[in-house]
Design a protein around this ligand. Structure first.
Ligand code: CU
Length: 284
């Protein structure tokens, strides 16, 4: 009997210790993001601000939810029919609801104007200088990702829209010597860690969307447009690419693309090994 009680007591104290630990962690910003919201792994410097915004919005929503539930309980009690036999034609004179509303509006204004708008402006207007970044051209197609790098010389070879063909999605001019060392890869895009990546994104056929969940980056790829987008990877690893626009029967197959984040030395070795692979190839 005593053993049984001790066992139960142990279980209760273990459970409460776990709950206490969980609550303590859930109250921190990062703990809330991962334990409560279940946000996916973050592997970029730019993504931190996105996650923080999501945490702040959800904290506000949680506070509103708890506030409304408390208010609802209060109203059920305060305006119970048994306690209010006669209707009041005056109603509440309290100023409290107005103050609470104003406070919520102020917090929402800070979230929108103070955090969300500047974050968006930075993402769409501020790009790293090409000389400070890993520059990659990406052309999406049904149903894969083509990527092109300037080779060791750091210069892309000449491209011309008129040269675009089934086996030359980048419209590479094979006669330009600057393009001889260029690198072209299919579905596996390597980048070095801790260096900004500058992508010029386009599409060969229909509208696709480059979605790198771990980098907190999503950008539509539109035929005829060359859209810049950027992220700075901070964690070595292999991260899935997804297409975020339904682009045809094989849409889901575009999740076969990966971004591989490597140490600078591994990346340099990989790039050197691929050098010269961008010449238009024939698949016949
Ligand atoms: Cu697609």
């Amino acid at each position: 009997m005593k053993d049984w009680f001790a066992h139960l007591w142990q279980m209760v104290s273990d459970a409460s210790a776990w709950l206490w630990h969980f609550l303590g962690d859930a109250c921190t910003r990062d703990g809330f993001a991962h334990r409560v919201l279940g946000l996916p792994e973050l592997a970029s410097a730019n993504g931190k601000a996105v996650d923080n915004l999501m945490v702040y919005v959800h904290w506000l929503m949680l506070a509103l939810f708890v506030g409304w539930v408390i208010y609802f309980g209060y109203v059920l009690f305060r305006f119970n029919a048994a306690r209010n036999l006669k209707a009041s034609y005056v109603g509440s004179k309290s100023k409290l609801p107005s103050y609470v509303e104003l406070a919520i509006v102020a917090i929402e204004a800070v979230l929108l104007l103070g955090i969300a708008v500047p974050l968006w402006a930075k993402n769409v207007n501020q790009f790293p200088r090409p000389e400070d970044a890993t520059v990659i051209q990406i052309v999406a197609q049904q149903f894969a990702w083509n990527a092109r790098y300037p080779g060791p010389d750091g210069k892309f070879g000449r491209q011309d829209m008129k040269l675009v063909a089934e086996n030359n999605v980048f419209g590479i001019d094979p006669t330009d010597p600057a393009g001889k060392d260029d690198v072209q890869v299919f579905n596996e895009i390597h980048v070095p860690v801790n260096k900004p990546v500058l992508i010029y994104l386009s599409s060969k056929d229909v509208i696709h969307s480059l979605k790198l969940v771990a980098m907190r980056l999503t950008q539509d790829a539109i035929p005829g447009l060359r859209i810049p987008c950027t992220f700075t990877p901070t964690k070595i690893g292999r991260y899935q690419i997804e297409c975020a626009q339904l682009c045809g029967n094989g849409h889901a197959a575009m999740a076969g693309g990966f971004v591989v984040v490597q140490s600078p030395a591994d990346y340099a070795a990989w790039l050197a090994g691929k050098s010269g692979s961008a010449a238009p190839q024939s698949f016949e």
